[in-house]
Ligand binder design. Structure first.
Ligand code: ATP
Ligand code: MG
Length: 467
């Protein structure tokens, strides 16, 4: 069997508060800033959690960082489908908060509707992220894995980019693969937000540091379609499995990664060549075809193909079909599964119906509505209902992930601890590795193994909460 792995996805959301048009002859409504909107959004959380940085009973972390972008970090998952359900649970939780905040605005007589967007750029051009976390085993040389990972992450956007309406210098607009590509600076770095590394090597494993590393990937676009999240995480997981097994991919390193990431995003044919350190020139499409061939070749050679899970098979099939769609220039092959193609189709249909240029503000509004998480104001729910956006999970799975933590990882212990503390109204402090009761005894349990869903020490801690 391919090795078990821990995954988590952190998503920062864009927030706006749109004012309705003023009544005839009346002055415009005073604007509500993104900061104020975020404060409305978190008012209830701060009331019960006494902080805008909390862990929830489903094991996830919800917080408001500087820059007023609400962030939801899923609990540790050990399966891609479970991860997608937990990521969608984050949207559901935030959507409920949006509805409550909008009700508050109305009660207080403030004109405006809060919207949250699962995208990566706000109207001022500020970028915010969607970070993927992968547990990797420490026994291998991590920097050597970077030779493979950097070209992989830079070219992956031709499949998993969210689609970006990009203003062109001098007027007009073009469609690009990724919202995030233009914002990335260094290929691999331990610096944080000032320069935007593709893989953040800050060594913070949230687990036993002798055994594990947490690979923190900050280059991806946020994904709306569940199948795009599935592919993004699933293909990375399969590649990591091969690299952890010691297989090296040295011959695909890019000569100028940061230039390549932009050029690849802007070329929606995916066929323009970029330069490799070997002097060879290859297109993003050819590089991805090579990665897919190496991964499937490895799985076959190791006899692992027959043991792949249903989702892993679906990942490999979509990876292949996504590349074929580009090779044949036929986006209809993936236009219910990959964000750039789903959104591209939506935009093209709308433009044709109303004869609009790509830089028309109505097209920009449609494009933004694709990312609005509201099931009523956003487009994803109705696209899915009409069969225009595929699903991986069911509504029941997502609803369950709102209430309960993943049952197979450390998250279960955290979620149950948080739930019990809330029921008993006890003061506790929690993070990814610690569970602590804030009383005279200050009992704390350190959870170093993210794979372990049961722990006797936590049973004792839970019993202490009952008293
Ligand atoms: N050992 C682990 N391996 C992989 N992922 C993990 C591990 N432990 C926790 N995670 C996941 O990592 C993510 C951490 O989210 P969090 O937002 O706290 O990230 P951070 O990088 O530590 O902090 P910040 O966003 O404040 O910089 C979560 O999605 C969580 O499920
Ligand atoms: Mg985070």
């Amino acid at each position: 069997m391919t090795a078990r792995r821990i995954f988590g996805v952190e998503t920062e959301y864009g927030i706006t508060c749109a004012a309705p048009p003023p009544a005839a002859g009346a002055a415009p409504h005073p604007p509500v800033s993104a900061d104020d909107a975020a404060r409305y959004l978190f008012r209830k959380v701060v009331q019960w959690g006494r902080s805008s940085n909390v862990f929830l009973r489903n094991g996830a972390r919800l917080y408001l960082d500087v820059g007023s972008h609400p962030e939801y970090a899923t609990a540790e998952c050990d399966d891609v489908r479970q991860l997608v359900a937990n990521d969608r649970a984050g949207e559901a939780i935030l959507d409920r908060m949006v509805e409550e905040a909008n009700a508050l605005l109305e009660q207080e007589g403030v004109a405006g509707t809060i919207h949250l967007f699962k995208n990566n750029l706000d109207s001022a051009g500020n970028s915010f992220g969607c970070h993927e976390n992968y547990l990797v085993r420490r026994r291998r040389d991590f920097q050597a894995m970077g030779d493979a990972l950097v070209p992989f992450f830079i070219t992956r956007q031709i499949l998993t980019g969210a689609g970006h309406l990009r203003p062109r210098a001098g007027g007009g607009a073009t469609y690009a693969f990724s919202q995030r590509a233009d914002q990335m600076w260094d290929a691999m770095s331990s610096a944080t937000t000032r320069s935007r590394p593709i893989i953040n090597t800050r060594d913070e494993p949230h687990g036993d540091a002798d055994l594990y590393r947490r690979m923190h990937v900050i280059v991806g676009d946020s994904s709306v379609a569940e199948t795009t999240t599935m592919l993004k995480v699933g293909m990375t997981d399969l590649l990591l499995g091969m690299l952890e097994d010691g297989v090296r991919v040295r011959d695909l390193a890019l000569a100028e990664p940061m230039r390549a990431i932009r050029e690849i995003s802007h070329d929606t044919t995916a066929t323009l060549p970029v330069e490799l350190t070997s002097g060879r020139r290859m297109s993003a499409l050819a590089i991805q075809e090579e990665f897919l061939a190496r991964v499937t070749g490895y799985l076959d050679a190791e006899g692992l193909t027959a043991e792949l899970t249903a989702v892993q098979r679906r990942v490999l099939e979509l990876w292949e079909r996504g590349l074929r769609a580009l090779r044949e220039q036929d986006p209809t092959l993936v236009d219910t599964e990959l964000d750039w193609a789903i959104k591209g189709r939506l935009i093209e249909r709308y433009r044709a119906r109303h004869t609009l240029a790509l830089d028309d503000p109505r097209v920009a509004r449609l494009s933004l509505a694709y990312h609005d998480i509201s099931p009523t104001r956003g487009l994803a729910t109705s696209l899915a209902r009409r069969g225009l956006m595929a699903r991986l999970t069911t509504d029941e799975e997502v609803a369950a992930a709102v209430e309960t933590p993943p049952a197979t990882t450390r998250a279960r212990l955290r979620g149950e601890f948080v739930a019990r503390a809330q029921e008993r109204r006890r003061d506790v402090t929690v993070d990814w590795v610690h569970l602590k009761i804030n009383d005279a005894a200050q009992r704390t349990v350190v959870l170093k193994d993210p794979f372990a869903p049961v722990d006797e020490r936590v049973d004792a801690l839970m019993a202490a909460l009952q008293r």
